[in-house]
Ligand binder design. Structure first.
Ligand SMILES: Nc1ncnc2c1ncn2[C@@H]1O[C@H](COP(=O)(O)OP(=O)(O)OP(=O)(O)O)[C@@H](O)[C@H]1O
Ligand SMILES: [Mn+2]
Length: 268
């Protein structure tokens, strides 16, 4: 006779590591004596020895798990073929789900790399994501709007682009993440072209027309010049592009000429 507990025990038997997603104190304490526990979350609130940071909340649980695994692979905490028990809270503050995942090299989507190995500060990348996601949710005065943010390696990006109009950020020293600046970015998103943002988050320019030389960048069907330019500039430079599509409402990130991440603003 198989009991439900046996089936659940199989889920976590012989795992190489246990990943706890955003555990609270009492949830974490219960795992204290278990070996190879990795805490994954926005902040290390439980002071875990081994911690992988989530740069954005990832409403989709699969994205959250994938990010955690990639981060742990990058830190050499787990490797190809390892089996991991992922435990977290979906509906309550306590542990209420468990998933058994086999680590596989092909799981490396580049999401983790996007934040940790971009030229720009990870906080700058996540601030730009926030602006793009919010713009995607609300649009401009209720109408869908598109936007293109090129983050990092700004000098080179400026060399591979030209102004479409006067640059409203010319003499200013403003940074993404500042609430007033986020309002400005949303206001200017109605206008053509790209925003260029430095490694440290300074808004270098609005209204840039990108002229990357790279060709043959693959972008999803139905998308056009904005995404092509946004993708290609990341092959010509070490920038990361974050693109909000006016036509399908999704936020996408490109790095090294590749589409790395696709998020639906309505889910965040
Ligand atoms: N090379 C470029 N550099 C900067 N901005 C560009 C460039 N090409 C197009 N854009 C901007 O993208 C806008 C939309 O162009 P297009 O419809 O071809 O892009 P798209 O990839 O289909 O994006 P969307 O899904 O938002 O429609 C243009 O109005 C322009 O503001
Ligand atoms: Mn279009």
């Amino acid at each position: 006779m198989t009991s439900l507990s046996d089936i659940l025990a199989d889920l976590v038997s012989d795992v190489d590591a246990v990943f706890l997603f955003s555990p609270n104190g009492s949830f974490y304490e219960r795992f204290e004596d278990i070996q190879d526990v990795v805490v994954i979350g926005a902040e290390n609130t439980v002071d875990a020895d081994t911690f992988v940071e989530l740069p954005i909340p990832f409403a989709d649980i699969q994205d959250r798990i994938k990010f955690g695994i990639e981060g742990a692979m990058d830190d050499d905490l787990v490797g190809d073929g390892d089996v991991v028990a992922c435990i977290g809270s979906l509906f309550s503050d306590d542990a209420d789900f468990a998933s058994r995942v086999r680590v596989d090299e092909t799981m490396r989507s580049g999401i983790y790399d996007l934040f940790t190995n971009s030229r720009a500060d990870p906080a700058v990348i996540s601030d730009v994501f926030e602006v793009a996601l919010e713009l995607g949710r609300k649009g401009q005065k209720g109408k869908p709007v598109g936007a293109l943010f090129v983050v990092g390696d700004a000098g080179k990006v400026m060399n591979k682009s030209r102004p479409l109009s006067y640059n409203p950020f010319e003499k200013s020293h403003v940074h993404v993440g500042d609430p007033i600046v986020n309002v400005m970015l949303k206001e200017f998103s109605r206008l053509d072209g790209a925003f260029v943002i430095s490694d440290s988050g300074k808004i270098v320019s609005a209204y840039r027309y990108l002229e990357p030389s790279a060709e043959g960048v693959d972008i999803p069907k139905g998308l056009g010049a904005r995404h092509m330019a946004g993708g290609a500039i990341t092959r010509d430079t070490n920038a990361t592009s974050i693109v909000l599509s006016e036509s399908d409402g999704l936020v996408r990130a490109f790095k090294g000429g590749q589409l790395i991440l696709e998020l639906d603003p309505e889910e965040y």
